[in-house]
Design a protein around this ligand. Sequence first.
Ligand code: MG
Length: 366
Amino acid sequence: MRITRIEAIPVAVPIHHDGPPTGFGGVIWSALTHVLVRVETEDGRIGWGEAFGYNIAPATVAAVEQTLAPLALGRDATDIAALIEDLARHLHLFGRAGPAQYALSGLDIALWDLAGKRAGLPVAALLGGGGRPRVPAYTSLLRLNAAEHVRKACAKARERGFGAVKLHEITIETVAAAREVLGDAIALMLDVNCAWRPAEALAMARRLLPYDLRWLEEPVWPPEDLAGLARLRSALPGMKLAAGENIGNAWQFRPLAASPALDFLQPSVTKMGGISGFLKVALQAELHGKELAPHSPYFGPGLLASLQMAALFPAIEMIECFGVTLEAPFFGPVGLPEADGAITIPTGPGIGADPDPEVIRRYRVT
Ligand SMILES: [Mg+2]
C-alpha cells in the first residue's frame, strides 16, 4: 500500500485559560499552532499524525514537507517498522532530536492511524491491548506567576473535577497557594521546565517537601544533566522526579530509564518518534520499574495517540491535559476530560477519530 501524499498542516487555534496572558519559550500565547500530518495511501485512505509545533511550527512544517516527504512518498505504508527505520537512517545526519525527529514522529502516528483504519481497530487493540476504557487526566496549567492567579485556576480545576493538577511555577509561594486551595485529596505536580542549576534545585526541592508533590518535573538545568538529577533524587528520597519531554528518541531514553534519578519517564509522542518510539520507551519503563507520565500538552492527533498508549500501558497513571481551552476543538468532545476529570479513550479505528475539517479550514495558517 503506497504512500501517495504527505502534507504538513499548521493549524493555529486561539486559546483561553484561567489567568493572565502567558506562554512558553519567551512567547505569549494567544493561539496554539498544531502541525497536523496528513498521509494518504493509494487506496484513498487518510491517516492523521501530529508533529511537534507551537513556537517551532514553521521549522517542523518545512521538515515534513521538504525533507521527509520526498523520502517517504511512494513507500509501503504497511511495514511501519521498516519504513521508519529506513527514514531514521537517512535523517539521522540532520538531527536525532528536533524538527527532523518531530516530522518522523508525525508520519509515524499517521501510519499507525492508517494501520488501525485498515484493520478496523483502534491502535491499542491492534497492539494487543485496549481494555482500559478511560484514563484519569490532570490539568496542566500554564505559568501564572502569581499566587493569586494560581489560587483561582486551582479552584476552577477542582470545580471541573480534576483529581490532579500540574503547575508550571517556580516559586514556593505559588505552590503553597495551590496546595492550600486543592487540599490533600487532589494530587499536585510541579514542572519547572529546567529552571534551576543543580544546587538551587536541591535547595528549592527541600523547601517543596511539605507540599507533597506527586512529582517534581525537570528541576535541573540543563535537561541533559542526569547526574544532577540523580544527586537531587538521592539527597531527597521523598521527592519523586519526572523528565523526558526533551529527549529526542527512544535510544536517548536508555540512560534515563536505567538511572535511579527518575521515577517517571515522559516520552512525548510528537517529538521522540511517534507511537513506534513511545512503545520502545514504554518497554524500557517496564523493565526498569518506572512509571510513564507521557508529555501530551496537545489537542490534535498527538493527544489521541497518547490516549491509545494509555489504553495499552497500566504504567500510565494519568494523561496530561493542557490547561487551556481551544476556541474550537479538533475532535468535538472526543479526547476532552469529562465531569470527573477522566478522559474516555476513543475506540474508533486508528488513533480513534479524525480532526474536524471545518476546524482545519478555519484556522489553517498556510
Ligand atoms: Mg514538562
